[in-house]
Design a protein around this ligand. Structure first.
Ligand code: BGC
Length: 759
C-alpha cells in the first residue's frame, strides 16, 4: 500500500469515528443542511451571514419595507428588534414564500432582563444570589418573547466588571467569576430549557466575547489589555460556563484584546472558543463591530470582513461588510470557501435546532401574546424577585421597616419616575405599566405626600443625555429653590421622609460611563436640608452601578439600594419598606470610598508590600495617603431586618490528599425577631502558588431561610476542582500546599481555618 492510501484509510477511519460519535438526530441535521447547502449560490450563503436591523417596520407594511427586497433575494439570515408576532410572521412569510430556497429567518432581540414583564437590571438580579429566581426570570422572558415571535435573545451578558465608571456594569452580574458563572448557567437554562425547538424556549447568546467589561478608564468601547493568565482565571469563566450550559450562540465584543479587536481575534474565537471549549454554535458580531475595525485601524472594510470571518465571526450584525465584500475576497483568495461554508452551516444549524425548518411560524402564534405576556403570575414573580434584589446598606437604630402608620413624605426625582423603573435595556417594556414608588406606597393605603424636590441634575444638557429613549425628567418651569421649598413643606408635615434619589435608568447601560459616581449634586443639595429637618430619613437609592456613597453612609440613617427593579419596582420597594419582605440582597460588586480607588475588588492580589492587619497607612506599603484601602461596602455585603449569628466553623479534616473532599460547616442562627434569608459565603485562598493567587476567591454560597430563633448548620463540600487555576503556562490544575478556608456573611467578615492539601 502506498503512503497515500494509508493516509486515506486513516482519514476515513477518523471520519467514520466522528460520524459514529454523532447521534442519529445530528446525522439527520447534517444531511439536511448538506443537502440545502449544495443548492445554495455563494450569494445565498453570504445572505445567511447577514443580520440587518429591521428598521421601524409597521404591521401591514413589512412587505414594502426596504428589508423585504433583501429578504426576497436571499440576502438576509435574520433580523432583530422587531416587535410583535404579526410583524414577524409577515417578514417570515416573505422569506418562506418569496425567496428562492425558502430558508426561514432568525428573529432576535435584546431581551435582557425580562420582556414585557421586566425584572431587575442584571446587576440587581445578581444580588439575589438566588439561582432559581434568576433562571425563572429568564424562563418567563423566554415565554413572553417567544409569544411575540422572538426565537433568539442577545443575553446573557456575562462580562466581569470591576470598574463602576463603566455604564454597562448594570447589564452584568458584577465582579466575580464564580458567581458570574453560576448566573450564566442559570440564564442559559432559563432561556433555552431542555429543548430549543419548543415554541416557548429561545436561543440564548452569551456576550460580549470577550473582556468587554475591562475597558480602560471605564470608558465604553475602550481598549482592553490583560495577561492571558488573568483573562483565563478572572474574566473568561462565565463565558465558558455559558458554553458548557449549551448556549446556542456567542456575540463578539467591540473592544480589542491584545491589539486585535475581538471580532477578528483568532486567539479568542478559534483557539479558546472552538478548540479549547469545543463551542459548536455560531458567533454573531456586535452591532457594526466588523466595520468598526476600520476605525480600530486594522484595514479597510474588505480586509476587516475577511479577517473577521476567518477568525470565526459567523454572522455580521448590521454593517453588511460580509454581504458586500466577501465574494470579492474569495475571488482574490483572501478568504476561502471553507470559511464561508462553515459560518453558513452553523447559522443554518441554529435554525434547524430551533425547529424553524419544520415550522417557520413556530414562534408566530398570533394568540399566544394575549395569554402569555405580562400575566398576573409573571407580575407577581417580578415583584417577588425585585424585592429579593434590594440591598439594605445601612439601617441605623432600625429606622426600617416603618413602624405604625405615620405620614410619609416621598421626596425626590425618582419617587414617581415611571419610565425609569424598567432600567436600561428594556426594549420590550411597556413603561406606562411600570409601578412607581409613589404608586406602590399609595396602593398600600399609606398616608403619603410626594414632592419632586430637585432636578435629576443641575445641568439640563446632562439631564437630556441621561434621559434618552423616552426616559426623560421633564422640567415644569419651577426653579431649584421652588422645588426645594415644596419638598420642605411636604417634609414638615410628615413623620418619615423617603428620599428617592440616585441615577436615571439611562445613566447606566451602553455608552453611559461616568467619571463622578456620586449621586448628582442637585439631589445632594436636596438631601442635606431633608436631613436637617431631624425627621427619620430613608434613602431609597436608584442606581445601575456602585456609587460613591461615603457622605450618605456617614449622614443618612438608612439606605436601601433598589437598583432598577423593573415593572413591579414600586410594589416591591413598598413591600420592603413596610417590612412585609425582609431584605436579603447582597452586593456583587465592591462599593468604593471614592472614584480614585477604582478598580477595587475583593479578589485582589496581595502585592509584595501589603498593609499590616489593622492599619490603613504605612510608608512604603501599598496604600493611599488620603484614604484607606478598604471599600465602603465589600463584595457580598447586605443587611437584613433580623440578625444572623455565625457559630464556629468546623472542617471535616485539616489535611487532605488527592481527590478527597473537604467538608466545611458552620452553624447560623437567626437571632432577631423576624424570619429572613441569609447568603452564607465560602472563600478560599491558595496560600502559596507557582503564580501569585488572590487573597480570597468565592468558591461556594448558600442562601438559607431561617425563621426567627431558628438555627441551621450550613455545609459546603470543597473539591480539588475548586482549587484549580491557570498557571503561568496556562495549564489548569491545582497545586499541593496550604489553603485558607473562609466562611462568612460577606467577603470581609470571615472566619478562617487552614488546611493542607497534597497531591
Ligand atoms: C450592544 C449589544 C446588543 C446589540 C444589539 C449593541 O450596541 O453592544 O449588547 O445586543 O447592540 O442591539
Amino acid at each position: 500500500m502506498t503512503v497515500y492510501r494509508l493516509l486515506l484509510l486513516f482519514c476515513c477511519l477518523i471520519a467514520a469515528n466522528l460520524i459514529s460519535a454523532q447521534t442519529p438526530e445530528q446525522r439527520k441535521m447534517d444531511r439536511f443542511i448538506s443537502d440545502l447547502m449544495s443548492k445554495m449560490t455563494l450569494e445565498e450563503k453570504l445572505g445567511q451571514l447577514n443580520l440587518p436591523a429591521a428598521g421601524d417596520i409597521t404591521t401591514g407594511l413589512a412587505r414594502s419595507s426596504d428589508v423585504a427586497k433583501k429578504i426576497e433575494s436571499g440576502k438576509v439570515g435574520g433580523l432583530f428588534n422587531v416587535r410583535s408576532a404579526a410583524k414577524i410572521r409577515e417578514l417570515q412569510q416573505i422569506a418562506v414564500n418569496n425567496s428562492r430556497l425558502k430558508i426561514p429567518l432568525l428573529f432576535g432581540m435584546d431581551v435582557i432582563h425580562g420582556y414585557e414583564t421586566v425584572f431587575p437590571i442584571p446587576l440587581g438580579l445578581s444580588c439575589t444570589w438566588d439561582m432559581s429566581a434568576i433562571e425563572y426570570s429568564a424562563r418567563i422572558a423566554a415565554i413572553e418573547a417567544s409569544a411575540d415571535g422572538i426565537c433568539w435573545t442577545f443575553s446573557p451578558m456575562v462580562d466581569i466588571a470591576r470598574d463602576p465608571r463603566w455604564g454597562r456594569i448594570a447589564e452584568g452580574s458584577g465582579e466575580d467569576p464564580y458567581l458570574g458563572s453560576k448566573i450564566a448557567q442559570a440564564m442559559v437554562k432559563g432561556y433555552q430549557g431542555n429543548d430549543l425547538s419548543k415554541n416557548n424556549t429561545i436561543m440564548a447568546c452569551v456576550k460580549h466575547f470577550a473582556l468587554y467589561g475591562a475597558a480602560e478608564g471605564g470608558r465604553d468601547y475602550n481598549t482592553t489589555d490583560m495577561s492571558r493568565q488573568r483573562m483565563h482565571n478572572e474574566y473568561l469563566p462565565p463565558y465558558k460556563a455559558a458554553i458548557d450550559a449549551g448556549v446556542g450562540s456567542v456575540m463578539s465584543s467591540f473592544n480589542e484584546v491584545d491589539g486585535v479587536p475581538a471580532t477578528a481575534n483568532p486567539y479568542l474565537l478559534d483557539d479558546v472558543l472552538r478548540k479549547q471549549w469545543k463551542f459548536n454554535g455560531f458567533v454573531v458580531s456586535d452591532y457594526t463591530s466588523v466595520n468598526e475595525m476600520t476605525d480600530h485601524g486594522i484595514g479597510d472594510l474588505q480586509e476587516v470582513s475577511a479577517r473577521a470571518v476567518k477568525a470565526g465571526t459567523d454572522m455580521d450584525m448590521v454593517g453588511e461588510g460580509y454581504l458586500t465584500t466577501l465574494s470579492k475576497s474569495l475571488g482574490e483568495k483572501r478568504v476561502n470557501i471553507a470559511h464561508i461554508n462553515r459560518a453558513c452551516r452553523l447559522i443554518l444549524e441554529a435554525k434547524y435546532k430551533l425547529g424553524l425548518f419544520d415550522d417557520p411560524y413556530r414562534y408566530c402564534d398570533l394568540n399566544r401574546a394575549k395569554t402569555d405576556i405580562f400575566t398576573p403570575a409573571s407580575q407577581a414573580e417580578a415583584r417577588r424577585i425585585a424585592a429579593e434584589s434590594f440591598v439594605l446598606l445601612k439601617n441605623n437604630k432600625n429606622t426600617l421597616p416603618f413602624k405604625g402608620d405615620g405620614k410619609i413624605a416621598l421626596i425626590g426625582p425618582l419617587g414617581n419616575a415611571r419610565e425609569n423603573m424598567s432600567g436600561t435595556w428594556s426594549v420590550a417594556a411597556d413603561n406606562s405599566k411600570s409601578v412607581t414608588l409613589l404608586d406602590g406606597l399609595m396602593k398600600r393605603g399609606l398616608d403619603v405626600n410626594f414632592a419632586k424636590g430637585s432636578f435629576l441634575d443641575d445641568d439640563p444638557a446632562y439631564e437630556d443625555r441621561a434621559g434618552m429613549f423616552g426616559k426623560a425628567f421633564p422640567r415644569d418651569g419651577r426653579t431649584k429653590a421652588q422645588l426645594l421649598e415644596e419638598a420642605l413643606m411636604v417634609a414638615s408635615k410628615s413623620d418619615y421622609i423617603i428620599a428617592a434619589l440616585g441615577e436615571s435608568a439611562e445613566m447606566t447601560g451602553e455608552a453611559s460611563s461616568r467619571t463622578d459616581i456620586r449621586i448628582p449634586q442637585a439631589q445632594r443639595d436636596l438631601l442635606e436640608p431633608l436631613l436637617k429637618t431631624g425627621k427619620p430619613v430613608v434613602l431609597v437609592l436608584f442606581t445601575g452601578r456602585p456609587l460613591d456613597l461615603t457622605w450618605e453612609q456617614k449622614n443618612v440613617p438608612a439606605i436601601l439600594n433598589v437598583w432598577f427593579g423593573g415593572s413591579m419596582a414600586g410594589h416591591a420597594i413598598a413591600d420592603v419598606l413596610v417590612g412585609e419582605v425582609n431584605p436579603s440582597g447582597k452586593l456583587t460588586t465592591t462599593f468604593p470610598q471614592n472614584v480614585g480607588q477604582i478598580p477595587i475588588y475583593y479578589a485582589h492580589k496581595n502585592t509584595g508590600r501589603p498593609l499590616p492587619d489593622g492599619q490603613w497607612f504605612q510608608k512604603f506599603r501599598s496604600n493611599y495617603l488620603d484614604v484607606s484601602n478598604d471599600p465602603l461596602y465589600p463584595f457580598g455585603f447586605g443587611l437584613s431586618y433580623t440578625q444572623f449569628e455565625y457559630g464556629k466553623m468546623t472542617l471535616g479534616a485539616n489535611s487532605l490528599k488527592g481527590n478527597q473532599t473537604l467538608t466545611v460547616s458552620i452553624p447560623v442562627t437567626n437571632k432577631g425577631d423576624r424570619d429572613g434569608a441569609e447568603v452564607v459565603q465560602l472563600y478560599i485562598r491558595d496560600v502559596v502558588g507557582s503564580s501569585t493567587r488572590p487573597v480570597k476567591e468565592l468558591k461556594g454560597f448558600q442562601k438559607v431561610f431561617l425563621k426567627k430563633g431558628e438555627s441551621k448548620t450550613v455545609s459546603f463540600e470543597v473539591k480539588t476542582d475548586d482549587l484549580k487555576f491557570y498557571n503561568f503556562d496556562l495549564k489548569y490544575d491545582w497545586e499541593s500546599g496550604d489553603f485558607d478556608i473562609m466562611v462568612g456573611p460577606n467577603s470581609r467578615d470571615v472566619q478562617t481555618m487552614r488546611v493542607n492539601w497534597m497531591k
